[in-house]
Write a protein that binds this ligand. Structure first.
Ligand code: ZN
Length: 583
């Protein structure tokens, strides 16, 4: 008998249950609630204080969840992206939870003797030794006992429900155009995660349990084109044959939200969060380094014949990599990768940077496929830096900000950039030096988010390139991302002392951690950037129990670094590539 069918076992107490959606939007939920398609979301929101939750800038998964779990901005926890620059080089490393330099709510609650369970929260590999259990998120590089604390839980779940899988394997089905199979894989993954949470709820009482479904994000990236008839990626033929996959995933989540509402004790608090919002992608691709080249700020080593050959070589390498991923059987891919041991990330940064003529480059971008930002080629930091720190650095930053803000989409005449910021305008803290020098808030192209790709992957000469419908429909993960992230995610909370049916304005992602601590009778550390969302609480509650604060420790304990092996690096980058987060 599996845990999911073992209905006879009663649920234990869980004081606070946090249901996390990777990517979530009331733009989807509210209309579906009105149409009666999400009945449990409907009854939950009626009883809740809810509102939009402002994500980090840019609204990305790793910094988003890290800020939510620490109550601190990326300047204090050090996570800005899936990868980080190895300072002093032009190389990059994939981030893991040991790179996070701030305490999570799991650590704080554990230290206070609270019993916690965290299931599937991104950036929780390696898992923390908590007072309770922690199961890593989709970004874990392995699928064995190392993804769980305590490690014995892995065997226990194998016995109880046939194992746990961090992420659905849907990439191959999508690449082959097998939409129904990939949706089924996503739904099965939601089921398995739910079964794990239910098993843990039946196993023992918890002060705080959190469960994150990454499937809501994956379905946005790949299936927005079947959901939104106005999307430039819209595929009417397949859409007609396919039930909206995004609705299917939300309805599955709705089912389990209903289980929570029915089976948790009546005085349990249930919170709903997402790390960012969601929306559609444009059919236009930005090549940020090409734009910099056109402004005279960057030069490619491509004017010579060898440079051109190099570019062709790299394009071949790019397409060979995706060909290898879609065509070859898995064991063979593993063998090839084994031979390339240690090459994974080198290859990645090589593709990003090797064609730049550093002596003639003042500003450059990593050209990540989402929210590309800018680095100044700075003397003393970058190996071939040419810009002097101090006045020169500031002058270059100001001129690039001015240029970015006057950049117009040649097609619509609209600004491409909403606003460009110096990094210190957005982030504060001891890890500011890891942030790109300039952060760009991108405009939408008539409601749809621009895609971004490396200049090396383009054959044209344009900085804003429109891709043909035919090209978009080809099974190419990078171009095929018809959905993308937005700044405004979701927040809701229901429980004792919480206002019912209240719309909450101004909630920010860093406010979640202090609010969680308050709801569990813990003081809020004074070094958190967020504050308790008092607007969601009743006057009586706040009068009875005002927010308490606690002086933060002066020297936060540093987690030992966890360095990924070449093989682990490859596994994580494959996962990120399949979601379109990495080229
Ligand atoms: Zn996403």
């Amino acid at each position: 008998m599996t845990a999911a069918t073992d209905n006879a076992r009663p649920w234990n107490d869980c004081r606070l249950f946090i249901l996390g959606l990777d990517g979530g939007s009331f733009d989807l939920i509210h209309p579906w609630v009105k149409e009666g398609k999400l009945p449990n979301f409907g009854r939950y929101l009626n009883e809740s204080s809810s509102g939009e939750l402002q994500s980090t800038l840019p609204p990305m998964t790793f910094p988003g969840w890290s800020t939510m779990m620490t109550g601190k901005n990326p300047g204090r926890h050090g996570i800005y992206d899936f990868t980080q620059r190895r300072l002093g080089t032009y190389e990059i490393d994939i981030i893991n939870a040991a790179d996070r330099k701030a305490k999570t709510i799991w650590r704080i609650l554990s230290d206070a003797g609270r019993r916690v369970a965290s299931v599937g929260v991104p950036v929780s590999f390696p898992p923390e030794p908590v007072n309770g259990v922690m199961i890593s998120g989709f970004d874990a590089p392995v699928n064995d006992s190392r993804i769980m604390f305590p490690p014995e839980l892995f065997e226990e779940l194998n016995g109880a429900m046939g194992g746990y899988v961090t992420s659905a394997d849907f990439a191959r089905d999508i690449a082959k155009g097998r939409i129904d199979q990939s949706v089924a894989a996503l739904l099965a993954s939601v089921d398995r995660k739910w079964a794990t949470a239910e098993y843990l709820l039946k196993r023992e009482p918890w002060d705080c349990m959190m469960l994150v479904f990454g499937e809501t994000d994956a379905c946005i990236h790949y299936f927005w084109k079947y959901h939104d008839p106005a999307s430039p990626h819209h595929d009417p033929v397949t859409a007609q044959k396919t039930r909206d996959p995004i609705l299917a995933v939300y309805q599955r989540v709705d089912r389990y939200l209903g289980e929570l509402l029915d089976h948790l004790p009546k005085d349990a608090t249930v919170m709903l969060v997402s790390d960012h919002g969601v929306g559609g992608s444009s059919d236009k691709i930005l090549h940020l380094n090409r734009w910099l080249e056109q402004q005279g700020l960057l030069r490619f080593r491509s004017t010579s014949l060898s440079g051109r050959l190099r570019r062709i070589q790299m394009k071949l390498l790019n397409s060979a990599k995706s060909w290898v991923r879609t065509v070859l059987p898995k064991p063979m891919i593993r063998r090839i990768r084994f031979r390339q041991k240690g090459m994974g990330m080198k290859l990645e940064s090589h593709l990003r940077f090797s064609i730049l003529d550093w002596k003639n480059t003042t500003v450059y971008s990593e050209e990540t496929p989402y929210y590309p930002n800018l680095w100044i080629n700075l003397k003393g930091r970058d190996p071939d830096g040419i810009v002097e720190p101090g006045a020169d650095y500031e002058r270059v930053r100001q001129s690039v900000i001015d240029l970015l803000q006057s950049w117009r989409d040649p097609d619509t005449g609209q600004p491409v950039v909403r606003k460009a910021y110096r990094r210190e305008e957005i982030y504060q803290g001891p890890h500011l030096d890891k942030a790109p020098d300039l952060i760009i808030e991108w405009n939408l192209d008539q409601g749809y988010a621009y895609l971004s790709r490396p200049t090396t992957a383009s054959s044209g000469r344009l900085a804003v390139e429109r891709i043909s419908y035919r090209e978009m429909q080809r099974s190419n993960f990078m171009i095929n991302r018809s959905g993308s992230h937005r700044e405004m995610g979701i927040f809701a909370v229901k429980g004792p002392g919480v206002k019912k049916g209240h719309w909450l304005a101004g909630a920010r992602i860093q406010d979640v951690a202090p609010t969680v601590l308050y709801l569990l009778d813990r003081p809020v550390p004074t070094d958190m950037d967020g504050s308790v969302l008092k607007d969601g609480l009743t006057e009586a509650q706040l009068a009875m129990r005002p927010v308490q604060y606690q002086e933060a420790e002066t020297a936060p304990s540093e987690e030992a670094a966890y360095v990924y092996s070449a093989e682990e690096n490859e596994k994580v980058s494959e996962r990120l590539k399949s979601l379109g987060y990495m080229e």
